[in-house]
Design a protein around this ligand. Structure first.
Ligand code: NI
Length: 239
């Protein structure tokens, strides 16, 4: 785990979650994605401002392949305990698949606050942004996801199968891919906890409780901390 990606403090959280998909799962997905003929210009899905800075390809969401693989990835994200703990999801959108190559890039932007969920048939608020890397680091040059916050720029380039989550309020970009191909899945989460700072504190508390349980077992005090955790969610949660 690379510490630089885990920039946690009281206000913002970026979290690197390794091996959300196995190498075998990635290989199978890549085989299907690499031979698909349903890659479209990613500008078609962007607003007019984003069109000027976005240059990538996106898998057609009406294609059979998309309909097959998107639910599988969504299920993998939903069932991962660290994603659940870090994002406290109320809704997770079906992931989109994108491909950057031939100097493909996405300039500085903040993600749209509202996304339409085809599953729910309603709009959701984006609190947490998520990228699942599907290309290995040595498959391409450039292509770093750069997330800016008040502490500076964080460059993210992860192994295939790994995930980064970061607040959707962050300014971010994807650097030009000068060689090779960078394939990733991206999605957005509406959290039960709207504020980054509160979500970050709950994550720290949850991780501390898990470590304590491993070290000393379910003592009275550990149980009390667990009660606090649940009562904070009750207090802060927007359900
Ligand atoms: Ni974005």
């Amino acid at each position: 785990m690379h510490d630089i990606f885990n920039c946690r403090n009281a206000f913002k959280m970026m979290l690197h979650i390794p091996a959300v998909l196995s190498k075998a799962q990635v290989a199978e997905l890549r085989q299907q994605l690499d031979r698909s003929e349903h890659w479209m210009n990613g500008q078609l899905s962007a607003g007019s401002q984003a069109q000027k800075i976005k240059k990538n390809l996106q898998l057609d969401s009406s294609s059979v392949l998309y309909q097959q693989i998107s639910p599988i990835i969504l299920q993998a994200l939903k069932s991962h305990h660290l994603i659940t703990s870090a994002a406290l999801p109320k809704h997770i959108l079906p992931p989109l698949f994108n491909c950057y190559q031939d100097s493909g890039t996405y300039g500085n932007h903040v993600d749209n606050a509202i996304h339409y969920s085809p599953l729910l048939g309603q709009a959701i608020r984006t609190d947490v942004s998520l990228t699942l890397f599907l290309s290995e680091i040595d498959e391409y040059e450039g292509g770093e996801l750069v997330v800016e916050d008040q502490y500076g720029c964080h460059e993210v380039k992860l192994d295939a199968g790994d995930v980064i989550v970061y607040p959707s309020t962050s300014l971010h970009r994807v650097e030009p891919v000068t060689q090779g191909k960078r394939i990733a899945a991206v999605t957005w989460i509406q959290s039960m906890i709207r504020e980054d700072a509160k979500r970050s504190m709950l994550f720290d508390l949850d991780m501390t409780i898990i470590k304590l349980r491993q070290q000393i077992g379910d003592t009275e005090e550990v149980l009390q901390l667990t009660h606090h955790y649940h009562n904070l969610i009750r207090q802060w949660g927007d359900l």
